[in-house]
Structure formats: structure tokens, C-alpha cells
Write a protein that binds this ligand. Sequence first.
Ligand code: SF4
Length: 335
Amino acid sequence: MALDPKASEMLSKGWYGERLSPSDCEYLLTFGDHSSEANLAASLANRLLHKACTETGQICAEIETATGPCPGNCSFCEYAEGTSSAMFREIDDSELARICEGLGGFSDVRSIRLTSCGYVDIDTVCRQVGIARDHAKKGTRIYVNTGDLGSDECRMLRDAGAYGAYHAPRIREGRDTEIALDTRLSTISNLRSAGLQVITGVEPIGPEHENGEIVETFFSTLDMKCSKCEVTAREPVPGTELNKYGKLKPSRLTQIRSVLTLASSWYVPPVRTACPGTYVSGSNIVTVKVEKGNYPKQIEAARRKLFNSGYDHLLKIDDSTVELNLMYLKQTGSV
Ligand code: SF4
């Protein structure tokens, strides 16, 4: 079947680095996730990604430093006060130090993300950033994922040694969460003003979300000078209000990511980094949740995942690259 001419024109604009409007994106998302239009979007976005990262992958280790119950009470979160029966848990400083030290063994875990529930106080987060900075291999980029922050708090994070932060307005912010959209966006501005790199996101996408809501969330941060945007699906959590909607199909997630990748192909992030990939994060960056006992295995699996996805180099902490071949996998105990 012939491609829809209007969709074909839009996809070609995205491929050549021209801007797509929100209504262009919405239009492209009206096609089925297995349609010819969706397949072409996925193929073009994938080619852009591989070109932009020069076939080089990177690994980020995420460490949960504090978990619920959280008064943020988001309707999708396993740590929401109204859902979780979990007790508050904060990682020991010594455990955090040991994990950060252990991750540096082959200098190929380029960033560490410290994730905490929305209520954790800034002094705790800064102390943990300091531990990560002091114990991770020198040059490892330390990111945080916290609740909303004022400008003073963002400066404290920077002074403690943070390189950046993950912060995203959630889809239906203020409706499925108890936080106002403006508060999320102000935090992004505060982080940027403090000189921190911001990875933003479009999340947590569920099957019930309309194209317009997804696109609007993406465009709400596109002029905020973020360095990356992660587009992720919601994990259904039993006991949460949104569990009833289930999970987005992987093919639909690919379609959404692809359209947004093409829509932002013109975008130049504020800081040039080695082998960055596209603004919308793709398969070139593997983020793995690590814990005390499992982190060597998780990092080995991340190397294999990048290898299996066809990346032939791995970006190291010092911006050099190493060939990601069978020999490297053996050397690092990954096979
Ligand atoms: S603020 Fe974060 S940790 Fe707290 S309920 Fe919402 S998503 Fe969960």
C-alpha cells in the first residue's frame, strides 16, 4: 500500500533536520503502530540515532537511594503513600560508596543516577552526591532524580558534585499526580540556571493517553535547553489507580519515540558531548538499576545488550571509546 503523502512529507522533513510541529506529530501518531508510516518513522529515527552516536553505546547505572512511602501519591507509583506497604528505606552511606567504587572497574559506566523519592531532603541528597563523587571513578557523571527543587537547592547539588539531573513533567501532571505542571517546569529551569545538565522525559506513557497529551508533554520542555529526553512507558503496578489500563505495547512505544526523535532532529543540546546520539534517547544508552549484590551482573548484561543491538564501540568515562567486541566482553567477564 502506498504511503500517505502527507505523512511521507513530514517524515522526510524530520529526516532532513527540519522542525515538525505538534500537529505534525499528532498526525503521524494517528497511524497504526504496524503501519507502513510507523515502520518508516522507526527506520528513519533508528538511522538518525546510529549516525549521531557513531555506533557507540554508553552505560548509566541507576541507584535507588531512598524509597517510599511517598506523600507525592502519584497514581502510577509503587512508592505512593496510598499504595505502598513498603517501609521507608534509605541506602547506607557505606553501601553507596562500595557500589560506586565497584562500578568504576572498567571505566565504562559513564554516569551514575541517584534516584530518591520526592520527599527526601536536599541535605541527604547532597551528602549522597558527595559520596558518589568521592567513590566513583574520577570523571563519572553524577546525576540525581529527586523531587522538585528551588534555585538554592539546585546550586547546593551542583556544589556537592552533581553533573546533572533527570526531571520530567509527567503526562497529566496535576491530575494523575498531586504536583502542578509549573512546579515541575520551574525545577527544570532552576537546574539549568545552576549549570546542571538536565535529562527530561515523556513519561509514564500508558495505553489510555491521547496523542495530543503525549505530544504536548514533549513540547513543554523542548525549549528548555535540556540535554536529553527519555520517552518511557508506565510499568503497571498492582494496587495503583492506573494499573487497570495495563501497559503500552512496545511497538507503540517505538512509534512514539521515533516520531519524537524525528520531530527534534534539528535540536542542538546546550553542551556538546562525545557520541551523543539523538536528543530523544534510544537504544545507544542502557540504563540499569543496580543494587549491592547484583551490580557486576547488571553491568555485564548492559554490555551484552549494547553488543547484541549492534553497537561496536563503548564510550568510556574519559570520552575515549573501546571496541565492543567478543574479546572485550570476555575481558570484562560479560560472556
Ligand atoms: S513523587 Fe515520585 S516517588 Fe513520590 S509518588 Fe510521585 S512518582 Fe512516586
